[in-house]
Design a binder for this molecule. Sequence first.
Ligand SMILES: [Zn+2]
Length: 643
Amino acid sequence: MLTSLSDAKVSLDDQDLAQPCPKNAIARLRVLATTDLHMNMASFDYYTDRADPTVGLTRTASLIRQARAEADHANITTLLLDNGDTLQGTPLGEFAQPDDGQPHVMVQALDLLKYDAVGLGNHDFNFGLPALDTALAHLKCPAVNSNVHRLDNQKSWVPYTILKRNVTADGQDWPLSIGVFSVLPPQAMDWDAHLLRGKVEIDDILSAAQQAISTLKAQGCHLVIALAHTGLQETTATPNLENAAIPLAALKGLDAIIAGHTHLLLPSPAHAGLKHVDASTGMVHGKPTVMPGSAGSHLGLIDLALIADGQGGWEIDSATTELRPIFERTDTGQPFPLVPEDAELTQLITPFHTTTRKNMQRPVGASTHPFHSYFTYFAPDRGLTQVAVAQAAALRAYISGTSYADLPLLSASAPSKFGGRAGPEHYTNVPAGPILLRHVADLHVFPNELHGLIVTGAQLRDWLEMAAGLFHQIHPKTEGAPLINPDVPGHNFDVIFGIEYQIDPSHPARFDLKGDLVDPSYHRIRNLSYKGQPVNDSQEFVVAVNNYRANGGGHFKALTTARPVPVPSRLIQHIVRDYLMGRLPHDPIADLPFPWHFTPQNQTRTTVHTSPSAALFLDEVQYMAPIALEQDDEGFVRYSLML
Ligand SMILES: [Zn+2]
């Protein structure tokens, strides 16, 4: 009788919904993910003005459509998520800043591809909060970040979101609530201090994640997914980790992770040997995790089989992860595409793409010699000189007439395209002849601003020692040891112009990767001098430098106590352009020799790798007696060099 009474109160449909899915029934959910797209929308390199099959959301979009079609065919629900560092990167990002009320082209693309949620990365803050707010205003899906807190009342992103979807099991649809939160490195506060200080606060990744998970669980989420704009590095939880994905995975209540920030791949051997990480299955502390490269190079997939508990709850029964690449390489290292560019997305971006190409072809100057970064780690790099000279000219103008004007002026620059994870095409290469705007962006890729620092001779020396940590220790009279430590990002190899010094790689590095002193007796910097005189510890200099380094980026601890010089906020790219156009006076640093070379070693050869295109410039390093060795799997050519 009771049954019939309750039957009378609810309609048949409502009753069906109220009944839980039978125990042990299996439902499937497919999570698709991109990360670190960095405005790589077209499969195109604006610096060389050529097609580039290794990048481009237009190709990833084809993988997304394929993966969705497979899932639809098998009655599997899909989600599409992005993990941040989306709005900054290629020159398209510079020319796509909307000023006419139109949605940002990347936001239009995310909407077109029907993303379900988008996390924020540190680089999404590079153009400042107003630009980010404008871009996100048009985004149809939630923009999520859980550890950057606004101090004003703007709310262009949410701390977490709950996606309510249906999954199929036992021949019927059942409701599933998926909680999504997002975190990014708290170091972003320092990297973009000039844009963020006093405007936001950034919490520790792990404590913010813990809080988000508790909230999402309390709100009845069946599953919790982290959009973790952070890499896999540290294996234990300590406060303020930049790369916290491993301890993050250990948090109870978290079910799956999209990692990023370091632009690496997971699953892939790139993460082999890390504690708690199965690099071949993508399990971190047993939780399915993907890191889909960067620039759209890969689509990440997490396929979950969910088992019903008979009371409306679901648990993960099994999980698999996969990365699908947009390209492969031939035996000779040539990349070729595996999927076509998506026609609809290509059509959407074409006007922006065309405008960017046209703008990038504007001439700004001329050069009698080429600029390239193929040998940037071991031989003079004229591109670094060009950037440093322009920075010096701008800073000299800003400080003229101030109390800083009497100090010796130096300028620091570091390579911004150096192969590495981005592949053997990712080098600066500007031919002799007219310098176009795209070449300026090729010389300095990042949207960094110019800063000035007052440093002592002692700080200067430790700055250079930290940069010299790029090199492995090379023992004299040996042959074949690799010169470069791949764990040091190339953009931390600062070269300081206006002084002269030598680097001695036969000694161990003075600082470790975190910037901690290894041993006070370790020194690699030799014969540091200014105008022919040895630099003493208390001597003061004013140094032109980018905001990333001035704010302590790259663990250069000597700089945390350096005094800033007030300068107006200007992009280094614009300063380089203005110098080439003759809008800034010729700077005396342009007339100095390249500041450093290796201390000569006795019968010692080392190996380096660079682009196959470097072969055209080998005459520049004849004094190192280069011998070409074999090409590696990623398409880099190895050379043996005499030190
Ligand atoms: Zn990134």
